[in-house]
Design a protein around this ligand. Structure first.
Ligand code: ADP
Ligand code: MG
Length: 246
């Protein structure tokens, strides 16, 4: 089986995050190279958290602005598009100009990108956070997930780490389409960092993207999807009589 072998690393809240009061939201950042599955995983994580009763905002930080596509099923206008239309008059921007409700109640924002050949990814992330703060939206969420392109164009895209409590790196060996994981294994051993999960290449995930749905939504129509685990409640007696090898 081919592996899209994500190294998923969680960097805990550290001294740099002390500016975020503990009672406030949790901020997550998802990073790595293109087409590895960041947005796919981000959308599914966002819904999973929303289903646990959290108020979730997913912020796509990629000029491609397709992070939230499987949540909203369209390419929502970006913050940069909207600011340009409003001639950078922040006072004329309303929350529903830039925040779109996605599947499962997840709120969605796309930063958009800097002008080609100029500008900085950090600038667009900064403008996005500034605008969301001015709209009083930044503090309304239990969880904000930044889905950030990783390895290309602009060091400024590291900006979400200024806000993030945890970071998840989704990666693979040098090429995206390889069954080998030896380079990743060497890397995590020398860092060292844990590999939290290895995701197989799943045809239904690929199809879910084409259909503009997350697995959570797909499973509503396609009951034979066996990659989404929706646990059933087990009555106490059944739980205690589960076969045991001990
Ligand atoms: P990124 O955000 O890292 O650029 P995407 O989430 O857009 O990557 O995924 C790129 C493509 O790979 C999409 O078409 C998606 O459906 C597909 N994909 C992602 N994860 C998997 C997986 N585990 N199995 C099969 N296809 C996947
Ligand atoms: Mg993406």
């Amino acid at each position: 089986m081919l592996l899209l072998g994500p190294i998923i690393v969680i960097l805990p809240r550290d001294q740099y995050s002390t500016r975020i009061p503990a009672e406030q939201k949790l901020i997550l950042a998802v990073y790595e190279k293109g087409k590895i599955g960041k947005s796919t995983i981000s959308c599914n994580i966002s819904i999973a958290l929303a289903r646990r009763g959290k108020k979730v905002l997913q912020i796509g930080c990629d000029p491609k602005h397709d992070s939230t596509f499987t949540l909203t099923r369209f390419l929502i206008p970006t913050i940069i598009d909207t600011l340009q239309v409003k001639d950078y008059h922040y006072e004329n921007v309303w929350p529903n100009d830039v925040i779109y409700k996605g599947y499962g109640g997840v709120d969605c924002v796309e930063t958009g990108g800097p002008p080609a050949g100029a500008g900085c990814g950090g600038y667009v992330v900064g403008e996005t956070t500034k605008l969301l703060k001015e709209l009083n939206a930044f503090y309304e969420y239990d969880i904000i997930l930044f889905d950030v392109l990783g390895d290309v164009v602009c060091g400024g895209f590291v900006a979400p780490l200024n806000y993030a409590d945890y970071c998840r790196i989704i990666t693979d060996n040098v090429g995206n389409r390889t069954s080998e994981r030896d380079l990743i294994d060497k890397y995590v051993e020398s860092c060292p960092m844990p590999v939290l999960e290895v995701l197989p290449l799943v045809e239904d995930i690929r199809i879910s993207r084409v259909k503009g749905k997350t697995l959570f939504e797909m499973v509503e129509y396609q009951e034979n999807l066996n990659y989404v685990f929706i646990p059933r409640e087990i009555p106490d007696r059944e739980l205690f009589s589960l076969p045991s090898d001990f």
